[in-house]
Design a protein around this ligand. Structure first.
Ligand code: 4AD
Ligand code: MG
Length: 453
């Protein structure tokens, strides 16, 4: 493999006869030569190639336009130009693929909204190439975090017959013809099936065998909320830990967020500099502050109290027993705590069946981690490990024990206290890049009314 620009630009000394392959960002021409800014996607920076008009292959220059792909052989020399250490003195230019004047990325400065309409080309822009390099490095850091701690990576199913969250946000999976009578027994799997909303329930079976496990995969929600933080297809990271309670779960979540923020600060410096300059001027400060202190922890009941006492008029009233709205979450994280905060012990009536009931009979051992600018990035809980209490909760939620007998078995045979959480990978990426719309941190966004590509 020839070296990528990432390596070439980090060169310590001049090099002769190297080959650079990439796409032309810009071309400037003078009488005696042309300057081609070439990028190959391996890093944010490009390399300026100087093509002398006397070169035989300079004849190609009239066809080398913005967006074209080229291969340039030449010598890497110290650049006399300001702001760049190296430039390439071309000895040969080859045009691999032309791009004509209809290429949509002729100039800089397109809005993210416009670029969403050309999701197949936007990874070539500064903003999106930075976002997607970070996405890849963060995914690797997620695996590293768990693997360093001895967690096993489990692949939970994408097609499932259970609804983990019980929120009725399932996409149906079927081979039945549209309009044919509803006969699940004649369907492909012989029963109704859906795209998973969470790998948690299946993850629990593996935690109750291997100890500490995690999943990291796509999840799907037919949630009809067209917000900047919701996608119908998103990636979730779900650790599940045997012999673990709610507080150890919160600690783990905090450690993980800090680890990933630290990875952003240390492993993505070029991208971070770009985001801090062009996307969110407070980003680096906010990320550094995230590492400084322990995350605050506030019980749901205390959170309701402080919202009521805040003197703020919220659009949605604050009522004990109801879910916290984004405006409430953001007030707590941004104005009250001014940093990440974990809210725990939520009313049981608003939470799924699997969460462990607290002794007060009214709340469950749930936790949400909220961060400034976004709100919830993690939702988790200690799971109900007591057979009788779980059965009662299932009855209460109208779940048939037959359908979930495998899940109940975990409480029948060697039940252990266990806990876990789900970290929304795109929400994490929004937090570490400052990018404010979830559609801009996922390669091909799926949102209500949109599933292009
Ligand atoms: O809070 P949620 O719904 O929790 C669960 O699904 C649990 N089963 C997780 C567990 O305990 N193993 O979702 C977890 C996280 C949220 O905090 C959020 O970051 C993200 O997943 N999330 C979404 N991200 C983008 N678009 C959506 N529609 C999302 N819904 C949830
Ligand atoms: Mg949640």
């Amino acid at each position: 493999m020839p070296e990528t620009l990432r390596h070439i630009l980090a060169s310590e000394s001049p090099q002769s006869a190297i080959t650079v392959r990439g796409w032309v960002r810009t071309k400037r021409e003078s009488k005696s030569c042309a300057f081609l800014e070439v990028t190959d996607g391996s890093c944010f920076r490009g390399l300026q190639a100087v093509v002398d008009a006397t070169l035989p292959s300079a004849a190609l220059l009239s066809k080398v336009l913005t967006g074209a792909s080229v291969e340039i052989v030449g010598d890497l020399i110290e650049s006399p130009a300001a702001g760049q250490k190296w430039e390439l003195q071309a000895t040969e230019l080859r045009l691999l693929g032309e791009a004509d004047a209809s290429y949509p990325l002729q100039k800089k400065g397109h809005t993210p909204e416009f670029l969403r309409t050309i999701a197949h080309l936007r990874p070539r822009t500064n903003l999106f190439s930075n976002v997607f390099r970070v996405r890849s490095r963060m995914a690797y850091a997620v695996h590293r975090f768990f693997q360093e701690r001895g967690f096993f990576y489990v692949h939970t199913p994408i097609i499932t017959s259970s609804d983990c969250e019980g929120a009725g946000e399932l996409f149906r999976v079927t081979t039945l013809k549209q309009g044919s009578p509803e006969k699940p027994e004649e369907d492909f799997f012989g029963q109704p099936t859906y795209l998973t909303v969470s790998g948690q329930l299946q993850g629990e079976t593996f935690a109750c065998a291997l100890g500490n496990i995690y999943t990291f995969g796509p999840t799907f929600r037919a949630e009809n909320s067209n917000t900047a933080r919701h996608a119908a297809e998103f990636w979730m990271i779900e650790p599940e830990m045997a012999f673990c309670d709610l507080f150890a779960d919160m600690t783990m979540a905090e450690e993980q967020v800090k680890y990933l923020v630290d990875a952003m600060l240390t492993e993505c410096p070029e991208e971070l500099e770009f985001f801090n300059k062009f996307v969110d001027k407070e980003l680096v400060n906010r990320l550094k502050q995230t590492l400084e202190k322990p995350f605050e922890r506030i019980s749901y009941t205390d959170a309701v109290d402080l919202l009521l006492k805040s003197g703020k008029s919220f659009e949605h009233p604050v009522v004990w027993g109801e879910g916290l709205q984004t405006e409430h979450e953001r007030y707590i994280a941004e104005e009250h705590v001014k940093g990440p905060v974990t809210i725990y012990n939520y009313p049981k009536s608003i939470k799924p069946f699997y969460m462990r009931q607290n002794d007060d009979g009214k709340t469950v051992a749930a936790m949400d981690l909220l961060v400034p600018g976004i709100g919830e990035i993690i939702g988790g809980s200690q799971r109900e490990e007591r057979l009788d209490v779980l059965r009662a909760a299932m009855g209460h939620h109208g779940l048939s024990e037959e359908d979930y007998s495998w899940y109940v078995d975990l409480r029948r045979y060697g039940s252990v206290p266990h806990a876990g959480y789900g970290l929304g990978f795109e929400r994490l990426l929004m937090f570490v890049t400052g990018v404010s719309n979830i559609r801009d941190v996922i390669p091909f966004a799926r949102t209500p009314g949109h599933a292009a590509y």
